[in-house]
Design a protein around this ligand. Sequence first.
Ligand SMILES: Nc1nc2c(ncn2[C@@H]2O[C@H](COP(=O)(O)OP(=O)(O)OP(=O)(O)O)[C@@H](O)[C@H]2O)c(=O)[nH]1
Ligand SMILES: [Mg+2]
Length: 388
Amino acid sequence: MSVRRLTPAGTGGVAVVEVSGRASLRRLEEYLGSSLPGDGKATLVRLLRTSAGPAAQGEQERSGVDLLDEALLLRRGEDCVELCLHGNPLLVQEVIQRIEADSGNDARGEALSVEAAAWQLLPHIESESGARLVLDQAQGALRREALAWAGGEVPGPLSWVELYRASAALIRPPLVVLTGASNAGKSTLFNLLLDEERVVVSEEMGTTRDTIAAPLVLDEWVVRLVDTAGEREVGSSGGGAVEIEGQRLGRELAARAELTLELIDFQSLPAESWPDPAPEPGRRVLVSRADSLSEDPAALDARVAISAMRAPQQARALVGDLILEGLGCQGPQARWQAGRAVPLELAWAEALDTARSLPPGEARVQRVLGVLNGDSFEQGKAVDPSCP
Ligand SMILES: Nc1nc2c(ncn2[C@@H]2O[C@H](COP(=O)(O)OP(=O)(O)OP(=O)(O)O)[C@@H](O)[C@H]2O)c(=O)[nH]1
Ligand SMILES: [Mg+2]
């Protein structure tokens, strides 16, 4: 049984609170002093500070002193209702506490079904395609597909983990970090991509001394773009210590980024040499300040070089494509497709893949049900499904 907020904490027009579990619903009925509507039906309810029977509620309503909120109550299936409250955070908190006190809530460590987890994730998704993908799973796309696969009715994906990886960038914004020597043009590119003067740009070495992140929309995706302090030798006294710390933070972020984009100043390239634009997965290298190549736009594209000054539009398009390619956001698998089943967590995908060891049929269905109902996980972490 549980009471949980589906919308993010804070001020809002509406706050949605989910109450689930048979015992919770019984207690909620007692608290409201009226029976809950049938599945798919909604009703208006008045939530009071005290849980009393209908007679006492009527009394308090008349005096008008104890009303916490008037809410729309929506029945979502046998064991679950949603309360749509007016979004005052203080009143919402009070309502949650009232219902919890009445239902003996113990949500901590409780199993969370894939649908419940999807409803919780939905308000936090930053791209429209990602939100639609998560909504599909909240409405049972993964459950339908995974159970049909477990029962041997459909072949299912070759790998649930691969399916998760292909869509991961839609679900959580990947970290994309700009790196490179001081004055390579990182901040100039950062501003150009965001289409605003977000950070300071100057010809002075060591202009950027901190890490600055901003969301960048690219086609269907949103990425977390980070500008960093450029690499150069600095003394550790005076302002140097701050810059060294900034460089350290930048390296730390780059180490855990889904993609690093290293800029190399065209002028600093040794003659006859050109960097490999894709030296390894998760790393792309771009030649910057290639003004002299900008006379011939095809030369910029062919050599993965940009001139933010002379050909800004081309630079923006080239880097946007490079980021999406580097993140694997290409091909139909990576895009949102209506109603497609996608595990929203790597742990779910891994747990589903382990069910392959069982032949399609009842045993696999039971194992998959355990994953879908969250029984195979504890506090958000996967446990070995082979050890129940
Ligand atoms: N000619 C030319 N100059 C550029 C280009 N891109 C950036 N610059 C200039 O290069 C200088 C350094 O640019 P920044 O964007 O501040 O460089 P940075 O990599 O952020 O430098 P740090 O913050 O020190 O790490 C500025 O004077 C920019 O105007 C370009 O494409 N062509
Ligand atoms: Mg900079």
